[in-house]
Design a protein around this ligand. Structure first.
Ligand SMILES: NC(=O)c1ccc[n+]([C@@H]2O[C@H](COP(=O)([O-])OP(=O)(O)OC[C@H]3O[C@@H](n4cnc5c(N)ncnc54)[C@H](O)[C@@H]3O)[C@@H](O)[C@H]2O)c1
Length: 355
């Protein structure tokens, strides 16, 4: 791999690809050299929009993987294609960044991890929420002891409506409604990965999960796996939960998805709040801390949700150049997937599930 300038191929130039492109375009140690989408017009539009008109355009991912000008591939396709395209990329000897959830089940995840290890290709599961600047700020405060020992985590996903949100292509909504392509519901399995990753990031792996997952149809016919309530038990008498609720008339301030995310972590001597994610309710301070009788608000950090993609990608470029392990590693991605799948299984069975 040419470490001074990592040559990147992107497979899947749909809705989310523009946020991945930002850092590859701006980082002096990377350049986008190839784009693939089964809709070639879309790939061509992205090449133009991202200022990489020289990029090779491919309709079939096998064409992109055959290019010896590509060092690293970013896989941004519907979930059922993660495994076959990841295995093909590994067989082609490419370094790999694979969007979450890495696969639709644990056996497939293990197959991809093992294949990458045997081929000795660098492999990252792309999880951006842990690189969102307010999340990084909260983590560093907690690591410095700001709230004492963390005891519980409470996470809320709250989609609504938004005048400012980006448009979601009909095709991107359609595959998310098909379990054979998505692997699970849009809020608990797909977006839920981010929330389980946050729980794992702050508290470690859960040992037991108990979930209720309901269903609500939006005015446009999109079916949400909400309301949902998922409780988790961590080792050493620590707990957490994820509440997912769709509020059809709640106006969300965002440039991306019409959704607000909020996190509260309670410790032995303080409480920390992360007050925004995809979007926000108004303009709250991104992070607040209560301890010793006083509330402190932290602002002055990047809060656009795209920053989570920028920092995650920057981290991977740095990891590739220094040989440090990427975050998430394949094994870490599999841990988060376990958490996500346990929630689906618990709701189906109507009882708690051990992880
Ligand atoms: N990290 C995040 O916050 C985040 C947010 C949104 C989506 N995602 C993930 O990104 C991935 C893509 O999601 P999206 O919202 O951009 O979906 P999308 O439907 O907008 O984009 C997927 C693209 O893949 C293309 N495609 C499908 N099959 C293909 C094939 N065989 N070969 C080449 N191209 C093919 C489609 O034409 C489409 O352009 C998913 O894994 C999703 O979970 C992550």
């Amino acid at each position: 791999m040419k470490l001074d300038k990592i040559r990147v191929g992107i497979i899947g130039t749909g809705r989310i690809s523009g946020l991945h492109a930002i850092e590859y375009v701006n980082n002096p140690h990377a350049e986008i050299v190839a784009l693939c989408d089964r809709d070639l017009n879309l790939a061509a539009e992205c090449a133009k929009a991202w200022g990489v008109p020289q990029a090779t355009l491919c309709e079939d991912y096998r064409q992109l993987l055959a290019l010896d000008t590509v060092d690293l591939v970013e896989i941004l396709v519907p979930h059922h294609l993660h495994k076959p395209i990841a295995l093909a990329a590994i067989a082609a000897g490419k370094a790999l960044s694979l969007q979450k959830p890495m696969c639709m089940n644990l056996d497939d995840a293990t197959e991809v991890i093992d294949a990458a290890a045997i081929a000795k290709v660098p492999f990252k599961v792309f999880e951006n929420f842990i690189f969102y600047p307010p999340v990084m700020k909260a983590k560093s405060l907690i690591d410095e002891g700001a709230i004492g020992e963390p005891l519980t985590i409470r996470i809320k996903s709250n989609p609504g409506k938004s005048k400012t949100a980006w448009a979601i292509p009909a095709a991107a909504a359609a595959w998310r409604q098909d379990k054979s392509q998505a692997g699970g519901g849009p809020l608990v399995f797909d977006d839920g990965h981010h929330k389980f990753a946050l729980a794992w990031h702050f508290m470690g792996q859960a040992e037991e999960v108990h979930a209720w997952i309901g269903e609500t149809t939006a005015p446009d016919g999109f079916v949400f796996d909400a309301p949902a309530l998922i409780s988790f038990k961590f080792p050493n008498n620590r707990y957490g939960n994820l509440e997912v609720v769709y509020s059809p008339e709640l106006e969300i301030v965002t440039r991306h998805y019409a959704q607000d995310d909020r996190v509260e972590i309670t410790g032995t001597k303080g409480v920390i709040w992360i007050n925004q994610g995809h979007g926000a309710l108004g303009s709250p301070a991104p992070v607040s801390l209560y301890r010793d009788g006083a509330m402190t608000e932290f602002s002055g950090m990047e809060t656009g949700w795209e920053a989570s993609f920028v920092h995650s990608t920057r981290h991977f470029i740095h990891a590739l150049r220094t040989g440090q392990p990427p975050k998430l590693s394949g094994e870490e991605g599999r841990e988060v997937l376990k958490f996500t799948l346990a929630a689906q299984q618990s709701a189906r069975l109507g009882r708690a599930v051990s992880i």
